[in-house]
Ligand binder design. Structure first.
Ligand code: URA
Length: 206
């Protein structure tokens, strides 16, 4: 079966799974699925969509999209040559209520949410079958641990180094999440250096 059909069936299965989850945990009724070139050699995996992504129905739009585009400019990869997805396909949130006012605040997906979303990501990667998988931050790294059974460690140890995952043909290249540099500016030169290394890896893979 062709990739587009396989992906659309997979997305519908995930949508059905999410429809049974509690709205307390996240916006499970509005999942955001992967986007971009389904024949891409390189896949970028983020954490989970935010409010802008839910509104637009695409990963990495708005502020996060601009941050990703900046990273892509540094490593000289065109966004249209990528497939971009998230480890968890729904916006995970914490809800607070004050009187009749309800507010939802983004939160990092829990380990259980990453684990429960991993079978979907595993199938998605098998369908796209990229040569390089770039993870952004700790959440997608954790997801790949669940998928491969490898004990990977944290982004602080793994960033900027290619890694061969157990039972997978793609090379894993972990990067810090694009938002990390905003919270910790001392990471910016390290992040930039990692992007130059990714550019070198891309040249080798071509
Ligand atoms: N938007 C996404 O789609 N993923 C992230 O990890 C952050 C913002």
């Amino acid at each position: 079966m062709e990739r587009a059909k396989l992906l659309s069936e997979l997305n519908e299965r995930e949508r059905a799974r999410l429809s049974s989850l509690s709205a307390e945990k996240g916006d499970c009724a509005s999942p955001v699925f992967g986007d971009g070139d389904i024949n891409a050699d390189i896949v970028f995996i983020g954490e989970a969509p935010g409010a802008n992504e839910v509104q637009m129905g695409k990963p990495f739009v708005g502020k996060a999209g601009l941050q990703l585009d900046h990273m892509l400019t540094v490593c000289e990869i065109e966004r249209k040559a990528l497939y971009v997805t998230n480890a968890v396909k729904y916006r995970t949130w914490t809800c607070t209520e004050m009187g009749s006012v309800k507010r939802a605040k983004n939160r990092t997906p829990s380990l259980a949410e990453i684990r429960d979303s991993a079978p979907m990501l595993k199938e998605e990667l098998a369908i796209i079958s990229p040569k390089v998988i770039v993870t952004l931050g700790n959440t997608p790294l954790k997801a790949l641990e669940y998928i491969s059974g490898d004990n990977l460690g944290s982004i602080g140890e793994l960033h900027g180094k290619p890694y061969l995952l157990k039972g997978m043909s793609a090379v894993l290249f972990p990067l810090y999440h694009p938002a990390s540099g905003i919270y910790n500016r001392s990471l910016l030169p390290v992040m930039e250096d990692d992007l130059h290394k990714l550019k070198e890896l891309q040249i080798m893979e071509d």
